[in-house]
Design a binder for this molecule. Sequence first.
Ligand code: DQA
Length: 151
Amino acid sequence: MRLNNPAMKRILVIHGPNLHLLGTREPGIYGTATLSSINAHLKKLAAKRKVRLSVMQSNVEGAIVDAIGKARGRFDAILINPAAYTHTSVAIRDALSAVALPAVEVHLSNTHTREEFRHTSLISPVVKGTIMGFGPHSYYLGLEALIELLS
Ligand code: DQA
């Protein structure tokens, strides 16, 4: 397999604010897996399924908006956990709408079982689907879903 096979689909993985703290952040809600262990597993799955992954994490809304804005032409799809911005960010929603790449939204926790302010996602209406409540498996299922969508 060539490393830079242009036929390989490219997926951008975006982790939103505070997800770099996974492992120690509210483990009763988010579990004990670290972000780097989740990323390592995603990379393994991607290699098996012959897709290319780029992974980023940012606590800055504008950096996420920039990354999405630059994704067209560079990536075929987006896997995103917008974290707290899920519930607040018109800018991230508009960026996803603007680039019109297939996207899947994931959450570790089931936000509908939590505080009321987490029940609304501004992102869900502009993605292909949302997977939540399965801890790190939400990401793995989300990646599988995107690969199916692209195939
Ligand atoms: C989260 C849920 C959000 O409500 C929260 O702000 C997060 C993480 C999740 O993965 O469960 O930071 O997106």
